[in-house]
Design a protein around this ligand. Structure first.
Ligand SMILES: *Cc1c(COP(=O)(O)O)cnc(C)c1O
Length: 393
């Protein structure tokens, strides 16, 4: 059944577990533990738990399971494990799969906390990491070795929105038997089908588009049944990164509207990118949906839209960027993204502040760069707001 359904139908119905009351909307099972009708049942459950049998919420919970099954159905993944945040998902996926002596290749343009795990934590445990420019396939080919166990990348990089060729990188990784792990937050589960492109493991911060209304932290790791149950689950269930049943319910309900929300935000991003691309205050508009994007053809092949985030490079540097941020009336200043509210951030002074100017330069993060996450407001209002703020800049 569920395999025949289109994504929007899966997002509404897959994974539903109805209680004896026949509720329409999924229940929140806000319970830590579960009771057993007899000592024999308790014993049997610790030997092996069936699909509707739970032991403790750190291991699993019916509401959390609904969220995991629904997103797995959307992605076409065999299984999923939900986590307390996107970083618990990234940490779990990497640390459960790696051990001392392994080699990892990672794209160098990574979300700040992902970079900390890969650059600082993994080497502390004897994992060697090589960084590459993710858009340069020759660098991937040169860096991957016979002992490379895993490659890690963000499909669209933050905040410069470079597109990495997932299919090509996954094919190179597979030749050495390395796992390809993709953080697909910017691509979204709607627009970029990482498993079809050859990824082995996909991670999300559900905090972003999946909640989509700025309420709860959450994350999820998706992959084969073997990876999720044999590699990841033992690590996560004993290290405590479990998602709260309440947050799982928020994410589960978020999935019902995910497709509609992502499409609305991406349409607004496309319109805005086109509407402001010749504004005199701008040195550049970075958006994978624009023909002018350096990887427009790859973006079109790999993603259904240009995504919900765009970056603007203001010609007047930091002063112009700050004037722009402060003049915006609808778009709010925040380092977050994937919200119903449109949000703007100045990476050089916030999310990427701890990098040196040289490191920022190498990542293409200039003082005039601002990142805009499109929300669900009327696109015409957003365009007018961004235009007046650019005029003020
Ligand atoms: C936000 C984000 C994360 C971390 O997610 P949290 O839910 O904040 O822990 C990881 N990767 C990317 C690309 C993100 O945007």
């Amino acid at each position: 059944m569920s395999e025949d359904w289109a994504p929007r139908t899966r997002l509404v119905h897959s994974g539903t577990r109805r209680s004896q009351y026949g509720e329409t909307s999924e229940a929140i099972f806000l319970t830590q533990g579960f009771v057993y009708p007899s000592a024999e049942v308790a014993e049997a459950r610790f030997v092996e738990s069936g699909p509707d049998e739970f032991i403790y919420a750190r291991y699993g919970n019916p509401t959390v399971r609904m969220f995991e099954e629904r997103i797995a159905a959307l992605e076409g993944a065999e299984d999923a494990f939900a986590t307390a945040s996107g970083m618990a998902a990234v940490h779990g996926a990497l640390f459960s799969a790696l051990k001392t002596g392994d080699h990892v290749v990672a794209a160098k343009a990574l979300f700040g906390s992902c970079l900390y795990i890969v650059e600082t934590l993994l080497p502390r445990f004897g994992v060697e990491v090589s960084f590459v420019d993710g858009t340069d396939l020759d660098q991937w080919r040169a860096a991957i070795r016979p002992d490379t166990r895993l490659v890690f990348l963000e499909s669209i990089s933050n905040p410069t929105l470079e597109v990495i060729d997932i299919a090509a990188v996954a094919a190179i990784a597979r030749e050495s038997g390395a796992l390809t792990v993709v953080d697909n937050v910017f691509g979204t589960p709607i627009f970029q089908r990482c498993f079809d492109l050859g990824a082995d493991v996909v991670v999300y911060s559900a905090t972003k588009h999946i909640d989509g209304q700025g309420r709860c932290l959450g994350g999820v790791v998706l992959g084969s049944k073997t990876f999720i149950r044999k590699t990841l689950e033992p690590f996560l269930k004993h290290t405590g990164g479990a998602l709260s049943p309440f947050s799982a319910w928020v994410m589960l309900k978020g999935l019902e509207t995910l497709d509609l929300r992502c499409r609305a935000a991406a349409a607004a991003a496309q319109r805005l990118a086109e509407a402001v691309s010749d504004h005199p205050a701008l040195a550049q508009v970075l958006y994978p949906g624009l023909d002018a994007h350096p990887q427009a053809a790859l973006a079109r092949r790999q993603m259904e839209t240009g995504g919900t985030v765009l970056s603007l490079d203001l010609a007047g540097g930091k002063a112009a960027a700050f004037r722009f941020l402060n003049a915006l009336r609808i778009v709010q200043i925040s380092n977050n993204l994937g919200d119903a509210k449109s949000l703007v951030t100045h990476p050089a002074t916030t999310t990427h502040q701890r990098l040196t100017p040289e490191q920022r330069q190498a990542l293409g993060i200039g003082d005039g760069l601002v990142r805009l996450s499109l929300g669900l407001e009327d696109p015409a209002d957003l365009i007018a707001d961004v235009r007046q703020a650019l005029d003020a800049a």
